[in-house]
Write a protein that binds this ligand. Structure first.
Ligand code: NAP
Length: 310
């Protein structure tokens, strides 16, 4: 019987593991199909405290894993397919690889996956001029034109934020009306650096000799016309999908967008003994440091829960 199984290996998962390891609880981490989470798809991270020179996303995650393992965390690589509470109050965890585990407590730290456009060569260009995080990558594109795709609050917020760096920010939306709240839409559209491009979709990323994005092909979905737009980076802001598919029959309550609901001032879900941390339950902040902080909270909550059971 495990004390705590942590599902997920982003900032939240590893931070939970570091804290539980140091509390001598010997946690087991189950790593999914993207070990290290979203930071493994970014390049340099400049806003994680303690790294004044910046740190590469994959390196930061590797160091978190090393720190967790140093304090007794064990890691297994398998996708969790099911979590279920048993009559005795413990949890049964099954994986796609056919393994089964029992645990006294669970921390869900499976994050959220940004949606992308799913067009040719997109995957290879993530980190080379295609990204889903303006806060992370905006500062790498000073005085050059960039674009944001989407029409929601995220797209408007990112477009406004990017005007601090870029020479021009095209806001590319597939309709002629934004979905964003009025205040966020006004803030973006009233900024003289932001230019909306309505009824348009990116059909192609065009690259330079070094394999970095130099432009995109746009298709106007009303007229069918195609054009080329010179941009050095595409910020895709068309929403996120929380990774909660495996929670189907766990009884864990999700909000209307599929994010795990935490309790008031605690990371415990509605199922006693199951905790959630990081982007899987946060559609607002979504930062490495906030996920790490929340992972720490989940570990402390789980530790207290286990102590109360004894
Ligand atoms: P969202 O509200 O779901 O908006 C997604 C946008 O992407 C929509 O405009 C949608 O177009 C577009 N889109 C979706 N799939 C697309 C595709 N395949 N190709 C092109 N465009 C596509 O997502 P969000 O902006 O990330 O916001 C998520 C939630 O967080 C919302 O509740 C939002 O209010 C909240 N949020 C709040 C703040 C804030 O208050 N500071 C900041 C960010 C987010 P259509 O409009 O045509 O569907």
């Amino acid at each position: 019987m495990e004390n705590v199984i942590i599902i997920g290996t982003g900032c939240a998962g590893w931070t939970s593991a570091i804290y539980l390891g140091r509390a001598n609880l010997n946690p087991l981490v189950l790593a999914g199909d993207q070990p290290g989470g979203q930071l493994t798809t970014t390049t340099e991270v400049e806003n994680f405290p303690g790294f004044p020179e910046g740190v590469m996303g994959p390196e930061l995650m590797m160091r978190m894993q090393q720190q967790a393992e140093k304090f007794g965390t064990r890691v297994e690589y398998d996708l969790v397919s099911r979590v279920q509470k048993q009559d005795d109050g413990t949890f049964h965890v099954a994986t796609q690889g056919g393994k089964e585990y029992s645990a006294k407590a669970i921390i869900i730290a499976t994050g959220a996956s940004p949606r992308y456009l799913n067009i040719d060569n997109e995957k290879e260009l993530i980190g080379k001029g295609v990204t889903s995080c303006a806060t992370c990558d905006g500062a790498f594109y000073p005085d050059v034109p960039v674009c944001v795709v989407g029409g929601g609050d995220s797209a408007c917020e990112e477009a406004t934020f990017l005007t601090r760096f870029a020479s021009k920010v095209y806001l590319i939306h597939r309709r002629d009306e934004l979905r964003a709240s009025q205040i966020m839409a006004d803030r973006a559209l009233n900024n003289e650096k932001v230019e909306p491009v309505w009824n348009s979709e990116i059909t192609e990323y065009l690259t330079d000799d070094e394999g970095m994005v130099r432009a995109v092909t746009l298709k106007n979905n009303q007229s069918g016309d195609e054009s080329e737009l010179e941009v050095k980076c595409v910020f895709v802001a068309i929403g996120h999908d929380p990774n909660t598919q495996f929670l189907g029959d766990s009884g864990v309550e999700l909000d209307e967008d599929g994010y795990v609901k935490q309790g008031n001032h605690t990371t415990m879900t509605n199922v006693e003994g199951i905790f959630a941390a990081g982007d899987v339950s946060d559609h607002i902040y979504r930062q490495a440091i906030t996920a790490a902080g929340n992972g720490c909270q989940a570990a402390l909550d789980a530790e207290r829960f286990l102590a109360e059971q004894e």
